[in-house]
Design a protein around this ligand. Structure first.
Ligand SMILES: [Fe+2]
Ligand SMILES: [Fe+2]
Length: 141
């Protein structure tokens, strides 16, 4: 089971709650695989991809609104993940009949979440925390 430790929280509620939703659905997907509910897994993966894309858009808007200088670079990082999401969707279509697809999907999902989503966001954590303290209020919304 995947968990976000305290040090991997951005401390901006809109972003952290999105990340928690993404973690939750990954845990549901891996649980479905463990329980041999492959059809359920196949249904959840497209939901995960949609949520991820919505999250990226929300995060980019928040970074732009707060004047983060690396916003373009982070936008490009998100855009570069389209191929990985396509791979996960393709694997999800094969989980019912293929053990190899199930194993590959599990690995792809966890690396995607931990490395590409959560770890890469550490780049702007201190910027947003500083922005919030400069304004004396929240960077949310
Ligand atoms: Fe994020
Ligand atoms: Fe991000």
């Amino acid at each position: 089971m995947v968990e976000i430790t305290r040090s991997y929280e951005i401390e901006v509620e809109t972003i952290d709650s999105d990340h928690r939703r993404l973690v939750k659905i990954i845990n549901e997907i891996t649980q479905a695989l463990d329980d041999k509910r492959e059809a359920e897994c196949a249904r959840l993966v497209p939901e995960f991809v949609t949520l991820s894309k919505q999250h990226f858009a929300r995060e980019e808007a928040l970074l732009a609104k707060n004047g983060y200088p690396g916003v373009e670079k982070h936008r490009e990082h998100h855009a570069a993940l389209d191929g990985k999401m396509d791979t996960m969707l393709a694997l999800a279509e094969r989980v019912v009949e293929s053990t190899a697809a199930r194993d590959a999907l599990r690995k792809e999902l966890i690396f995607f979440l931990m490395d590409d989503v959560i770890n890469e966001d550490m780049d702007f954590k201190s910027f947003l925390m500083d922005a919030a303290s400069r304004k004396g209020n929240s960077t949310d919304g």
